[in-house]
Write a protein that binds this ligand. Structure first.
Ligand code: MF3
Ligand code: CO
Length: 253
């Protein structure tokens, strides 16, 4: 069952989502050579708490941190660590979630550290654009498969591959609600979208093989061929006019 949210519920999500967006904005200045991903996690957790929201990931299925920080070939769920030090050339995705009065927000962005390859820049551009295109496909009457297809088509047309082992999701009273939103699929298939649905749309893209493996910590997902990966995510609400991004700072960005 896909839950339709009331305007009161959406207001709570708006707050959780805005703080997530502000934290991601703040994280831009934290992504510099020499910083550990542990330090970034600490600062972002402090930021969330200072804004009166709870980190959504900490303790989720036993996850040990407030953020997921995934470098280079790590696709998602990189655990922040004192041993992971950022250096010029790294591609770093930061994924974070917050809960406010029981309502969730979730977003991710991928950043570059210093100078990176042309391919890395193109990967980020294509993945971020795929998210925009997916969001544009999310309107009342459309189906989940329309979002999935739009994302896959843009990514593959640009010579990259969508990750299939992880998917986007409904969000609201839980971090993960129905429906699942794969980044691949056929138009006109899957659940129908309606105003009041709240979704986390999150293309994860590999510059090489789309298959992933887990490392020994049981969380970190890396591309099997160790090729670069990128991840962008927004929480959106479906309105009669189309999808509205909730994980945005006041004034929009
Ligand atoms: N944004 C991711 C997701 O939506 C991260 C959550 S994983 C967690 O699934 F376990 F760390 F919470
Ligand atoms: Co998510």
């Amino acid at each position: 069952m896909i839950r339709i949210k009331s305007s009161d519920e959406i207001e709570k999500m708006e707050y959780a989502c805005r703080v997530v967006a502000e934290a991601l904005e703040f994280s831009k200045e934290l992504v510099v050579p020499g910083t550990t991903t542990y330090e970034i996690d600490r600062k972002l957790e402090e930021f969330l708490i200072s804004k009166k929201v709870k980190p959504a990931f900490k303790g989720y299925s036993g996850y040990p941190a407030s953020t997921c920080i995934s470098l280079n070939e790590v696709v998602v769920h990189g655990i922040p660590s004192k041993r992971v030090v950022l250096k010029s050339g790294d591609v770093v995705s930061i994924d974070l979630g917050a809960v406010y009065e029981g309502y969730y927000g979730d977003a991710a962005k991928t950043y570059v550290v210093g100078q990176v390859s042309e391919e890395a820049l193109r990967l980020l551009k294509v993945t971020e654009k795929a998210l925009r295109i997916g969001i544009n496909a999310a309107r009342p009457g459309a189906r989940v498969g329309d979002i999935s297809h739009a994302i896959q088509e843009h990514v593959e047309r640009n010579g990259f591959n969508v990750i299939k082992d992880y998917v986007g999701h409904g969000i609201g009273r839980e971090l993960h609600e129905e429906p699942q939103i794969p980044n691949f699929g056929k138009p006109g298939t899957g659940p129908k979208l309606m105003a009041g649905m709240t979704l986390a749309i999150e293309p994860m893209v590999s510059a090489g093989d789309w298959r992933t493996v887990l490392t020994s910590d049981g969380w970190t997902a890396v591309t099997v061929d160790r090729s670069l990966a990128a991840h962008f995510e927004h929480t959106v609400v479906i309105t009669p006019e189309g999808a509205r991004i909730l994980t945005t700072c006041k004034g929009g960005n």
